[in-house]
Design a protein around this ligand. Sequence first.
Ligand code: OOB
Length: 537
Amino acid sequence: MIPARQIWPEDFAERYRRLGYWRGETFGALLRARAAADPAHLAVVGGCDRWSYADLDARADALAAGFLRLGLVPGERVLLQLGNEARFLSLVFGLFRAGLLPVFALPAHRRTEIRHLITRAEAAACVVRDTIDGFDHRGLAREMRTLCPGLRHVVVAGDAADCVPLDQLEAEAPRDLPERSPSEVAFLQLSGGSTGLPKLIPRTHDDYIYSLRGSAAICGLGRDSVYLTALPAAHNFPMSSPGSLGTLHAGGTVVMAPSASPEEAFALIARERVTITGLVPPLALLWAEAAPGLPHDLSSLKVLQVGGAKLTPAMARRIVAAFGPRLQQVFGMAEGLVAYTRLDDDPDRVLETQGRPISPDDELLVVDPDDRPVPPGTPGALLTRGPYTIRAYHDDDAANAAAFTPDGFYRTGDVVIMRPDGYLSVQGRLTDRINRGGEKFSPEEVEDHLLAHPQVRDAAVVSVPDPVWGERACAFVLPRDDAPTARALKAWLTERGIAAFKIPDRIVFVAAFPETAVGKTSRRDLREALRKSLATT
Ligand code: OOB
Protein backbone atom coordinates (compact mmCIF):
# COMPACT_ATOMS: atom_id res chain seq x y z
CA MET A 1 0.00 0.00 0.00
CA ILE A 2 1.31 3.42 -0.94
CA PRO A 3 1.25 5.63 2.17
CA ALA A 4 -0.76 8.85 1.86
CA ARG A 5 1.53 11.81 2.48
CA GLN A 6 1.51 15.55 2.19
CA ILE A 7 4.84 17.24 2.61
CA TRP A 8 5.60 20.94 2.75
CA PRO A 9 9.26 21.99 2.64
CA GLU A 10 10.63 22.25 6.19
CA ASP A 11 11.07 26.05 6.10
CA PHE A 12 7.42 26.50 5.08
CA ALA A 13 6.18 24.03 7.70
CA GLU A 14 8.25 25.78 10.36
CA ARG A 15 6.81 29.15 9.33
CA TYR A 16 3.20 27.90 9.30
CA ARG A 17 3.70 26.55 12.80
CA ARG A 18 5.47 29.65 14.07
CA LEU A 19 2.68 31.91 12.78
CA GLY A 20 0.11 29.80 14.59
CA TYR A 21 -1.66 28.37 11.55
CA TRP A 22 -0.73 24.79 12.34
CA ARG A 23 -1.39 24.26 16.01
CA GLY A 24 -0.72 20.57 16.33
CA GLU A 25 -4.37 19.65 16.86
CA THR A 26 -6.02 16.52 15.45
CA PHE A 27 -9.66 15.93 14.56
CA GLY A 28 -9.95 13.33 17.29
CA ALA A 29 -8.74 15.76 19.93
CA LEU A 30 -10.87 18.58 18.54
CA LEU A 31 -14.11 16.66 19.01
CA ARG A 32 -12.97 15.41 22.41
CA ALA A 33 -12.35 18.98 23.56
CA ARG A 34 -15.73 20.24 22.33
CA ALA A 35 -17.50 17.30 23.95
CA ALA A 36 -15.72 17.94 27.26
CA ALA A 37 -16.51 21.66 27.19
CA ASP A 38 -20.16 21.49 26.13
CA PRO A 39 -21.32 17.85 26.32
CA ALA A 40 -25.07 18.42 26.15
CA HIS A 41 -25.04 20.99 23.34
CA LEU A 42 -26.66 19.82 20.12
CA ALA A 43 -23.96 18.84 17.63
CA VAL A 44 -25.81 17.10 14.78
CA VAL A 45 -29.35 16.83 13.50
CA GLY A 46 -30.15 14.40 10.70
CA GLY A 47 -33.45 12.66 10.02
CA CYS A 48 -34.66 11.43 13.43
CA ASP A 49 -31.20 11.71 14.97
CA ARG A 50 -30.41 14.57 17.35
CA TRP A 51 -26.98 14.04 18.87
CA SER A 52 -25.24 16.12 21.49
CA TYR A 53 -21.48 16.62 21.40
CA ALA A 54 -21.19 13.86 24.01
CA ASP A 55 -23.24 11.53 21.76
CA LEU A 56 -21.17 12.30 18.68
CA ASP A 57 -17.96 11.81 20.64
CA ALA A 58 -19.12 8.44 22.02
CA ARG A 59 -20.31 7.27 18.61
CA ALA A 60 -16.98 8.20 17.04
CA ASP A 61 -15.16 6.20 19.72
CA ALA A 62 -17.33 3.14 19.15
CA LEU A 63 -16.88 3.32 15.39
CA ALA A 64 -13.11 3.74 15.68
CA ALA A 65 -13.00 0.57 17.77
CA GLY A 66 -15.44 -1.18 15.41
CA PHE A 67 -13.33 -0.50 12.32
CA LEU A 68 -10.17 -1.70 14.02
CA ARG A 69 -11.99 -4.82 15.20
CA LEU A 70 -12.72 -5.62 11.55
CA GLY A 71 -8.98 -5.89 11.08
CA LEU A 72 -8.33 -2.58 9.39
CA VAL A 73 -5.02 -1.00 10.28
CA PRO A 74 -4.17 2.70 10.66
CA GLY A 75 -3.18 4.27 7.35
CA GLU A 76 -5.67 2.17 5.37
CA ARG A 77 -8.35 3.88 3.31
CA VAL A 78 -12.11 3.58 3.62
CA LEU A 79 -14.39 4.84 0.87
CA LEU A 80 -17.54 6.58 2.16
CA GLN A 81 -20.68 6.94 0.08
CA LEU A 82 -23.51 8.22 2.22
CA GLY A 83 -26.36 10.66 2.01
CA ASN A 84 -26.68 13.77 4.14
CA GLU A 85 -27.21 12.07 7.47
CA ALA A 86 -25.90 12.33 11.02
CA ARG A 87 -23.86 9.14 10.56
CA PHE A 88 -21.70 10.87 8.01
CA LEU A 89 -20.14 12.85 10.86
CA SER A 90 -19.80 10.02 13.41
CA LEU A 91 -18.15 7.93 10.69
CA VAL A 92 -15.74 10.64 9.67
CA PHE A 93 -14.64 11.26 13.26
CA GLY A 94 -14.54 7.54 14.01
CA LEU A 95 -12.24 6.94 11.06
CA PHE A 96 -10.08 9.93 12.00
CA ARG A 97 -9.68 8.56 15.51
CA ALA A 98 -8.73 5.13 14.23
CA GLY A 99 -6.16 6.65 11.86
CA LEU A 100 -8.13 5.33 8.89
CA LEU A 101 -8.50 7.69 5.94
CA PRO A 102 -11.96 8.41 4.56
CA VAL A 103 -12.17 8.76 0.78
CA PHE A 104 -15.05 11.10 0.05
CA ALA A 105 -17.17 9.70 -2.79
CA LEU A 106 -20.31 11.61 -3.77
CA PRO A 107 -23.75 9.95 -3.80
CA ALA A 108 -23.91 10.65 -7.56
CA HIS A 109 -20.86 8.50 -8.27
CA ARG A 110 -21.50 5.21 -10.01
CA ARG A 111 -19.54 2.11 -10.95
CA THR A 112 -16.86 3.83 -13.01
CA GLU A 113 -16.03 6.50 -10.45
CA ILE A 114 -16.32 4.22 -7.41
CA ARG A 115 -14.10 1.57 -8.96
CA HIS A 116 -11.53 4.19 -9.87
CA LEU A 117 -11.54 5.66 -6.35
CA ILE A 118 -11.28 2.31 -4.59
CA THR A 119 -8.46 1.27 -6.89
CA ARG A 120 -6.47 4.51 -6.73
CA ALA A 121 -6.89 4.85 -2.98
CA GLU A 122 -6.28 1.09 -2.47
CA ALA A 123 -9.32 1.22 -0.21
CA ALA A 124 -9.59 -1.75 2.14
CA ALA A 125 -13.23 -1.07 3.03
CA CYS A 126 -16.19 0.96 1.98
CA VAL A 127 -19.15 2.25 3.92
CA VAL A 128 -22.30 2.92 1.94
CA ARG A 129 -25.94 3.72 2.66
CA ASP A 130 -28.11 0.83 1.41
CA THR A 131 -30.03 2.99 -1.09
CA ILE A 132 -30.06 6.70 -1.85
CA ASP A 133 -32.86 8.15 -3.98
CA GLY A 134 -33.73 4.68 -5.20
CA PHE A 135 -30.20 3.72 -6.25
CA ASP A 136 -28.84 0.53 -4.70
CA HIS A 137 -25.42 1.50 -3.36
CA ARG A 138 -25.17 -1.79 -1.50
CA GLY A 139 -25.43 -3.66 -4.79
CA LEU A 140 -22.75 -1.46 -6.30
CA ALA A 141 -20.47 -1.98 -3.31
CA ARG A 142 -20.96 -5.74 -3.57
CA GLU A 143 -19.96 -5.60 -7.21
CA MET A 144 -16.79 -3.77 -6.12
CA ARG A 145 -15.89 -6.66 -3.87
CA THR A 146 -15.42 -8.83 -6.93
CA LEU A 147 -13.88 -6.11 -9.12
CA CYS A 148 -11.41 -4.74 -6.55
CA PRO A 149 -9.55 -7.57 -4.82
CA GLY A 150 -8.10 -5.24 -2.14
CA LEU A 151 -11.56 -4.32 -0.87
CA ARG A 152 -11.94 -6.54 2.19
CA HIS A 153 -15.09 -5.17 3.82
CA VAL A 154 -18.37 -3.70 2.68
CA VAL A 155 -20.13 -1.94 5.55
CA VAL A 156 -23.73 -0.90 5.01
CA ALA A 157 -25.83 1.69 6.81
CA GLY A 158 -29.44 0.49 6.76
CA ASP A 159 -30.37 -2.93 5.41
CA ALA A 160 -26.98 -4.68 5.25
CA ALA A 161 -28.09 -8.08 3.86
CA ASP A 162 -24.90 -10.17 3.60
CA CYS A 163 -22.59 -7.17 4.23
CA VAL A 164 -21.30 -5.86 7.55
CA PRO A 165 -24.04 -3.83 9.28
CA LEU A 166 -22.87 -0.41 10.39
CA ASP A 167 -24.91 -0.98 13.58
CA GLN A 168 -22.49 -3.76 14.48
CA LEU A 169 -19.51 -1.38 14.38
CA GLU A 170 -21.45 1.22 16.35
CA ALA A 171 -22.03 -1.31 19.13
CA GLU A 172 -18.31 -1.90 19.72
CA ALA A 173 -16.93 -0.98 23.14
CA PRO A 174 -14.54 1.97 22.89
CA ARG A 175 -10.88 1.31 23.45
CA ASP A 176 -7.86 3.42 24.16
CA LEU A 177 -6.31 4.50 20.92
CA PRO A 178 -3.04 6.25 20.29
CA GLU A 179 -3.43 9.93 19.38
CA ARG A 180 -2.80 10.53 15.69
CA SER A 181 -0.08 12.90 14.53
CA PRO A 182 -1.37 16.32 13.41
CA SER A 183 0.96 16.36 10.43
CA GLU A 184 -0.34 13.08 9.06
CA VAL A 185 -2.93 12.83 6.30
CA ALA A 186 -6.44 12.64 7.76
CA PHE A 187 -8.37 11.85 4.57
CA LEU A 188 -8.41 11.86 0.78
CA GLN A 189 -10.66 14.43 -0.86
CA LEU A 190 -11.47 14.39 -4.59
CA SER A 191 -10.35 16.89 -7.19
CA GLY A 192 -12.83 18.43 -9.59
CA GLY A 193 -10.90 16.57 -12.30
CA SER A 194 -9.12 18.44 -15.08
CA THR A 195 -8.46 15.37 -17.20
CA GLY A 196 -9.95 11.98 -16.62
CA LEU A 197 -11.35 10.77 -13.32
CA PRO A 198 -10.93 12.55 -9.97
CA LYS A 199 -7.47 12.70 -8.45
CA LEU A 200 -7.00 12.11 -4.75
CA ILE A 201 -6.13 15.02 -2.49
CA PRO A 202 -4.36 14.17 0.78
CA ARG A 203 -5.18 16.71 3.49
CA THR A 204 -3.52 16.75 6.92
CA HIS A 205 -5.15 17.43 10.30
CA ASP A 206 -2.99 20.55 10.74
CA ASP A 207 -3.71 22.14 7.39
CA TYR A 208 -7.41 21.35 7.24
CA ILE A 209 -8.12 22.40 10.81
CA TYR A 210 -6.46 25.71 10.06
CA SER A 211 -8.79 26.23 7.09
CA LEU A 212 -11.78 25.38 9.32
CA ARG A 213 -10.70 27.81 12.01
CA GLY A 214 -10.07 30.58 9.48
CA SER A 215 -13.36 29.92 7.69
CA ALA A 216 -15.38 29.81 10.90
CA ALA A 217 -13.90 33.16 11.99
CA ILE A 218 -14.63 34.80 8.61
CA CYS A 219 -18.21 33.55 8.75
CA GLY A 220 -18.69 34.62 12.37
CA LEU A 221 -19.48 31.12 13.64
CA GLY A 222 -19.89 30.32 17.32
CA ARG A 223 -21.82 28.11 19.69
CA ASP A 224 -25.18 29.47 18.50
CA SER A 225 -24.47 28.93 14.81
CA VAL A 226 -26.57 26.35 12.99
CA TYR A 227 -25.20 25.21 9.63
CA LEU A 228 -27.45 23.48 7.11
CA THR A 229 -25.65 20.93 4.93
CA ALA A 230 -27.74 21.25 1.78
CA LEU A 231 -25.05 20.24 -0.75
CA PRO A 232 -23.67 16.67 -0.64
CA ALA A 233 -21.94 16.45 2.75
CA ALA A 234 -18.79 14.86 1.28
CA HIS A 235 -17.99 17.82 -0.96
CA ASN A 236 -15.25 20.11 0.27
CA PHE A 237 -17.40 23.27 0.27
CA PRO A 238 -20.15 22.07 2.65
CA MET A 239 -17.59 20.13 4.65
CA SER A 240 -15.08 22.87 5.39
CA SER A 241 -15.95 26.31 4.12
CA PRO A 242 -16.87 26.51 6.97
CA GLY A 243 -19.36 23.69 6.44
CA SER A 244 -20.12 20.92 8.88
CA LEU A 245 -16.58 20.50 10.21
CA GLY A 246 -16.05 24.27 10.60
CA THR A 247 -19.31 24.46 12.54
CA LEU A 248 -18.27 21.66 14.89
CA HIS A 249 -14.91 23.38 15.28
CA ALA A 250 -16.80 26.47 16.44
CA GLY A 251 -19.00 24.43 18.81
CA GLY A 252 -22.19 25.02 16.79
CA THR A 253 -24.88 22.70 15.40
CA VAL A 254 -24.93 20.92 12.02
CA VAL A 255 -28.25 20.10 10.38
CA MET A 256 -28.08 17.55 7.58
CA ALA A 257 -30.62 18.20 4.82
CA PRO A 258 -31.43 14.93 3.00
CA SER A 259 -32.77 17.03 0.14
CA ALA A 260 -31.90 20.54 -1.02
CA SER A 261 -35.35 21.20 -2.47
CA PRO A 262 -36.70 24.57 -1.28
CA GLU A 263 -39.72 22.95 0.40
CA GLU A 264 -37.68 20.54 2.49
CA ALA A 265 -34.69 22.78 3.15
CA PHE A 266 -36.85 25.79 4.09
CA ALA A 267 -38.83 23.64 6.54
CA LEU A 268 -35.55 22.61 8.19
CA ILE A 269 -34.28 26.20 8.28
CA ALA A 270 -37.46 27.30 10.02
CA ARG A 271 -37.59 24.35 12.43
CA GLU A 272 -33.92 24.34 13.46
CA ARG A 273 -33.39 28.12 13.21
CA VAL A 274 -30.56 27.63 10.72
CA THR A 275 -28.15 30.59 10.61
CA ILE A 276 -25.90 29.71 7.66
CA THR A 277 -25.84 27.46 4.61
CA GLY A 278 -23.82 27.04 1.42
CA LEU A 279 -25.24 26.49 -2.07
CA VAL A 280 -24.08 26.26 -5.67
CA PRO A 281 -25.43 28.99 -8.00
CA PRO A 282 -28.28 27.00 -9.66
CA LEU A 283 -29.60 25.94 -6.27
CA ALA A 284 -29.35 29.47 -4.91
CA LEU A 285 -31.39 30.69 -7.89
CA LEU A 286 -33.97 27.98 -7.34
CA TRP A 287 -34.28 28.98 -3.69
CA ALA A 288 -34.53 32.65 -4.62
CA GLU A 289 -37.40 31.88 -6.97
CA ALA A 290 -39.18 29.68 -4.46
CA ALA A 291 -38.76 31.86 -1.36
CA PRO A 292 -41.55 34.39 -2.00
CA GLY A 293 -44.13 31.64 -2.63
CA LEU A 294 -43.40 29.54 0.43
CA PRO A 295 -44.64 30.27 3.95
CA HIS A 296 -41.54 29.32 5.98
CA ASP A 297 -39.87 31.72 8.34
CA LEU A 298 -36.33 32.12 7.04
CA SER A 299 -35.45 35.04 9.31
CA SER A 300 -32.84 33.04 11.26
CA LEU A 301 -30.67 32.70 8.14
CA LYS A 302 -27.88 35.27 8.50
CA VAL A 303 -25.46 34.06 5.83
CA LEU A 304 -26.27 32.52 2.46
CA GLN A 305 -23.06 31.33 0.85
CA VAL A 306 -22.80 30.69 -2.87
CA GLY A 307 -19.80 29.01 -4.46
CA GLY A 308 -18.47 26.11 -6.49
CA ALA A 309 -19.16 27.84 -9.80
CA LYS A 310 -19.30 31.40 -11.03
CA LEU A 311 -22.11 33.57 -9.73
CA THR A 312 -22.64 36.44 -12.15
CA PRO A 313 -23.49 39.87 -10.72
CA ALA A 314 -27.00 39.55 -12.22
CA MET A 315 -27.57 36.23 -10.44
CA ALA A 316 -26.12 37.70 -7.25
CA ARG A 317 -28.65 40.56 -7.42
CA ARG A 318 -31.52 38.11 -7.75
CA ILE A 319 -30.36 36.27 -4.67
CA VAL A 320 -29.97 39.48 -2.68
CA ALA A 321 -33.45 40.58 -3.82
CA ALA A 322 -34.94 37.38 -2.42
CA PHE A 323 -32.84 36.89 0.71
CA GLY A 324 -31.62 40.35 1.61
CA PRO A 325 -28.02 41.34 2.18
CA ARG A 326 -26.77 38.06 3.56
CA LEU A 327 -25.04 36.75 0.47
CA GLN A 328 -21.44 35.59 0.74
CA GLN A 329 -19.49 34.46 -2.32
CA VAL A 330 -17.08 31.57 -1.86
CA PHE A 331 -14.42 30.58 -4.37
CA GLY A 332 -12.52 27.50 -3.34
CA MET A 333 -11.03 24.19 -4.33
CA ALA A 334 -10.56 20.86 -2.62
CA GLU A 335 -6.81 21.27 -3.19
CA GLY A 336 -6.82 24.10 -0.65
CA LEU A 337 -7.25 27.81 -1.31
CA VAL A 338 -10.61 29.29 -0.33
CA ALA A 339 -11.63 32.92 -0.83
CA TYR A 340 -14.65 34.62 0.74
CA THR A 341 -16.36 37.95 0.49
CA ARG A 342 -16.48 39.25 4.05
CA LEU A 343 -19.72 39.77 5.97
CA ASP A 344 -19.04 43.52 6.25
CA ASP A 345 -17.99 44.01 2.62
CA ASP A 346 -19.78 46.68 0.63
CA PRO A 347 -22.30 45.51 -2.00
CA ASP A 348 -19.86 46.09 -4.86
CA ARG A 349 -17.49 43.45 -3.54
CA VAL A 350 -20.24 41.01 -2.60
CA LEU A 351 -21.98 41.23 -5.97
CA GLU A 352 -18.98 41.57 -8.26
CA THR A 353 -16.17 39.49 -6.76
CA GLN A 354 -15.42 36.03 -5.48
CA GLY A 355 -13.73 37.35 -2.36
CA ARG A 356 -10.24 37.23 -0.93
CA PRO A 357 -8.35 34.30 0.62
CA ILE A 358 -8.57 33.05 4.18
CA SER A 359 -4.93 33.50 5.09
CA PRO A 360 -2.44 36.38 4.94
CA ASP A 361 0.00 33.63 3.96
CA ASP A 362 -1.96 32.45 0.95
CA GLU A 363 0.37 33.40 -1.90
CA LEU A 364 -1.46 34.18 -5.12
CA LEU A 365 0.13 34.77 -8.52
CA VAL A 366 -1.76 35.72 -11.66
CA VAL A 367 0.38 34.74 -14.62
CA ASP A 368 0.62 34.55 -18.41
CA PRO A 369 1.26 31.29 -20.32
CA ASP A 370 4.99 31.59 -19.49
CA ASP A 371 4.24 31.86 -15.77
CA ARG A 372 5.18 35.56 -15.74
CA PRO A 373 2.97 37.81 -13.59
CA VAL A 374 0.47 39.81 -15.68
CA PRO A 375 -0.09 43.53 -14.99
CA PRO A 376 -2.63 44.21 -12.22
CA GLY A 377 -6.23 44.15 -13.44
CA THR A 378 -5.41 41.84 -16.36
CA PRO A 379 -6.83 38.31 -16.55
CA GLY A 380 -4.31 35.55 -16.00
CA ALA A 381 -3.95 32.03 -14.67
CA LEU A 382 -4.14 31.73 -10.90
CA LEU A 383 -1.31 29.95 -9.10
CA THR A 384 -1.34 29.54 -5.35
CA ARG A 385 0.51 28.07 -2.42
CA GLY A 386 -0.06 28.44 1.29
CA PRO A 387 -0.68 26.85 4.68
CA TYR A 388 -3.67 24.75 3.58
CA THR A 389 -2.97 24.18 -0.13
CA ILE A 390 -1.52 20.82 -1.07
CA ARG A 391 1.87 20.33 -2.67
CA ALA A 392 1.01 17.03 -4.36
CA TYR A 393 -1.82 14.66 -5.27
CA HIS A 394 -1.77 11.11 -3.98
CA ASP A 395 0.29 8.72 -6.09
CA ASP A 396 0.09 10.55 -9.41
CA ASP A 397 3.46 11.72 -10.73
CA ALA A 398 2.11 12.82 -14.10
CA ALA A 399 -0.65 14.94 -12.57
CA ASN A 400 1.78 16.40 -10.06
CA ALA A 401 4.23 17.41 -12.75
CA ALA A 402 1.44 19.21 -14.59
CA ALA A 403 -0.42 20.72 -11.64
CA PHE A 404 2.43 22.16 -9.56
CA THR A 405 5.26 24.55 -10.40
CA PRO A 406 8.77 23.57 -9.36
CA ASP A 407 8.51 25.96 -6.41
CA GLY A 408 5.31 24.36 -5.18
CA PHE A 409 2.54 26.60 -6.50
CA TYR A 410 -0.68 24.80 -7.40
CA ARG A 411 -1.93 25.61 -10.89
CA THR A 412 -5.62 26.13 -10.19
CA GLY A 413 -6.52 26.19 -13.90
CA ASP A 414 -8.75 29.20 -13.15
CA VAL A 415 -8.42 32.49 -15.00
CA VAL A 416 -8.89 35.42 -12.64
CA ILE A 417 -8.46 39.16 -12.31
CA MET A 418 -6.86 40.31 -9.08
CA ARG A 419 -8.34 43.67 -8.18
CA PRO A 420 -6.25 46.36 -6.49
CA ASP A 421 -8.12 45.67 -3.23
CA GLY A 422 -6.91 42.03 -3.31
CA TYR A 423 -10.32 40.62 -4.28
CA LEU A 424 -10.59 38.05 -7.06
CA SER A 425 -12.90 38.05 -10.01
CA VAL A 426 -13.08 34.62 -11.64
CA GLN A 427 -13.15 34.94 -15.43
CA GLY A 428 -13.05 31.37 -16.66
CA ARG A 429 -10.74 28.40 -16.93
CA LEU A 430 -7.68 27.31 -18.85
CA THR A 431 -8.74 23.72 -19.27
CA ASP A 432 -11.81 22.23 -20.92
CA ARG A 433 -13.15 20.90 -17.64
CA ILE A 434 -16.92 21.32 -17.48
CA ASN A 435 -18.47 22.89 -14.38
CA ARG A 436 -22.17 22.13 -14.44
CA GLY A 437 -23.49 24.14 -11.54
CA GLY A 438 -20.57 23.17 -9.30
CA GLU A 439 -20.27 19.56 -10.46
CA LYS A 440 -17.06 19.18 -12.41
CA PHE A 441 -15.92 16.59 -14.90
CA SER A 442 -13.64 16.31 -17.88
CA PRO A 443 -14.92 16.09 -21.45
CA GLU A 444 -12.30 13.43 -22.24
CA GLU A 445 -13.90 11.04 -19.83
CA VAL A 446 -17.33 11.31 -21.46
CA GLU A 447 -15.83 11.24 -24.96
CA ASP A 448 -14.10 7.96 -24.12
CA HIS A 449 -17.39 6.40 -23.10
CA LEU A 450 -19.09 7.65 -26.26
CA LEU A 451 -16.25 6.34 -28.42
CA ALA A 452 -16.75 2.91 -26.91
CA HIS A 453 -20.21 2.78 -28.51
CA PRO A 454 -20.14 0.69 -31.70
CA GLN A 455 -22.17 3.24 -33.70
CA VAL A 456 -20.00 6.23 -32.78
CA ARG A 457 -17.11 7.14 -35.06
CA ASP A 458 -15.95 10.19 -33.13
CA ALA A 459 -17.26 12.42 -30.38
CA ALA A 460 -16.36 15.72 -28.79
CA VAL A 461 -17.92 17.02 -25.60
CA VAL A 462 -17.97 20.76 -25.01
CA SER A 463 -19.36 23.10 -22.38
CA VAL A 464 -22.03 25.53 -23.51
CA PRO A 465 -23.12 28.55 -21.48
CA ASP A 466 -26.37 28.17 -19.61
CA PRO A 467 -28.29 30.82 -17.67
CA VAL A 468 -29.02 28.53 -14.74
CA TRP A 469 -26.25 25.93 -14.62
CA GLY A 470 -23.51 28.30 -15.77
CA GLU A 471 -22.38 25.57 -18.13
CA ARG A 472 -23.93 22.47 -19.57
CA ALA A 473 -22.38 19.70 -21.61
CA CYS A 474 -23.13 19.21 -25.27
CA ALA A 475 -21.80 16.16 -27.13
CA PHE A 476 -21.09 16.36 -30.83
CA VAL A 477 -21.26 12.90 -32.28
CA LEU A 478 -20.04 11.71 -35.65
CA PRO A 479 -22.04 8.52 -36.11
CA ARG A 480 -21.24 5.47 -38.21
CA ASP A 481 -23.66 4.57 -41.01
CA ASP A 482 -26.58 3.59 -38.80
CA ALA A 483 -26.70 6.49 -36.38
CA PRO A 484 -27.85 5.76 -32.82
CA THR A 485 -30.52 7.96 -31.26
CA ALA A 486 -29.65 10.55 -28.63
CA ARG A 487 -31.75 8.62 -26.16
CA ALA A 488 -29.84 5.41 -26.89
CA LEU A 489 -26.53 7.19 -26.34
CA LYS A 490 -27.65 8.63 -23.03
CA ALA A 491 -28.82 5.18 -21.94
CA TRP A 492 -25.43 3.82 -23.02
CA LEU A 493 -23.64 6.35 -20.83
CA THR A 494 -25.84 5.45 -17.87
CA GLU A 495 -25.09 1.76 -18.42
CA ARG A 496 -21.39 2.54 -18.46
CA GLY A 497 -21.86 3.50 -14.81
CA ILE A 498 -21.01 7.18 -14.70
CA ALA A 499 -22.50 9.92 -12.53
CA ALA A 500 -25.69 11.34 -14.03
CA PHE A 501 -24.32 14.90 -13.99
CA LYS A 502 -21.76 13.87 -16.63
CA ILE A 503 -24.37 12.79 -19.15
CA PRO A 504 -24.52 15.51 -21.82
CA ASP A 505 -27.67 17.61 -21.69
CA ARG A 506 -27.62 17.79 -25.46
CA ILE A 507 -26.39 15.47 -28.18
CA VAL A 508 -25.86 16.90 -31.66
CA PHE A 509 -25.22 14.50 -34.55
CA VAL A 510 -22.95 15.92 -37.23
CA ALA A 511 -21.82 14.57 -40.59
CA ALA A 512 -18.37 16.08 -40.18
CA PHE A 513 -16.49 18.16 -37.69
CA PRO A 514 -16.13 21.88 -38.64
CA GLU A 515 -13.80 22.80 -41.51
CA THR A 516 -11.79 25.03 -39.20
CA ALA A 517 -10.94 22.06 -37.05
CA VAL A 518 -9.87 19.77 -39.86
CA GLY A 519 -6.25 18.85 -39.54
CA LYS A 520 -6.10 20.19 -36.02
CA THR A 521 -4.67 17.63 -33.71
CA SER A 522 -5.71 19.17 -30.44
CA ARG A 523 -9.03 18.14 -28.94
CA ARG A 524 -9.12 21.54 -27.34
CA ASP A 525 -9.11 23.31 -30.71
CA LEU A 526 -11.74 20.94 -32.02
CA ARG A 527 -13.97 21.59 -29.02
CA GLU A 528 -13.50 25.32 -29.44
CA ALA A 529 -14.53 25.15 -33.11
CA LEU A 530 -17.58 23.08 -32.25
CA ARG A 531 -18.57 25.45 -29.49
CA LYS A 532 -18.40 28.31 -31.98
CA SER A 533 -20.45 26.39 -34.53
CA LEU A 534 -23.16 26.02 -31.92
CA ALA A 535 -23.16 29.73 -31.21
CA THR A 536 -23.75 30.54 -34.90
CA THR A 537 -26.61 28.10 -35.46
C1 OOB B 1 -15.15 23.83 -4.85
O1 OOB B 1 -14.17 22.88 -4.94
P1 OOB B 1 -13.91 21.90 -6.17
O2 OOB B 1 -12.62 21.24 -5.87
O3 OOB B 1 -15.11 21.05 -6.42
O4 OOB B 1 -13.77 22.80 -7.47
C2 OOB B 1 -12.80 23.81 -7.55
C3 OOB B 1 -13.03 24.64 -8.79
C4 OOB B 1 -12.21 25.90 -8.84
O5 OOB B 1 -10.91 25.66 -9.30
C5 OOB B 1 -13.05 26.72 -9.82
O6 OOB B 1 -12.82 26.31 -11.12
C6 OOB B 1 -14.45 26.36 -9.45
O7 OOB B 1 -14.39 25.09 -8.84
N1 OOB B 1 -15.06 27.31 -8.51
C7 OOB B 1 -15.55 28.53 -8.84
C8 OOB B 1 -16.07 29.09 -7.65
N2 OOB B 1 -15.87 28.20 -6.64
C9 OOB B 1 -15.25 27.13 -7.20
N3 OOB B 1 -15.58 29.17 -10.01
C10 OOB B 1 -16.14 30.41 -10.02
N4 OOB B 1 -16.66 31.01 -8.91
C11 OOB B 1 -16.65 30.38 -7.71
N5 OOB B 1 -17.18 31.00 -6.64
O8 OOB B 1 -15.93 24.05 -5.75
C12 OOB B 1 -15.18 24.61 -3.59
C13 OOB B 1 -14.39 24.24 -2.52
C14 OOB B 1 -14.43 24.97 -1.35
C15 OOB B 1 -15.25 26.08 -1.26
C16 OOB B 1 -16.04 26.45 -2.33
C17 OOB B 1 -16.00 25.73 -3.51
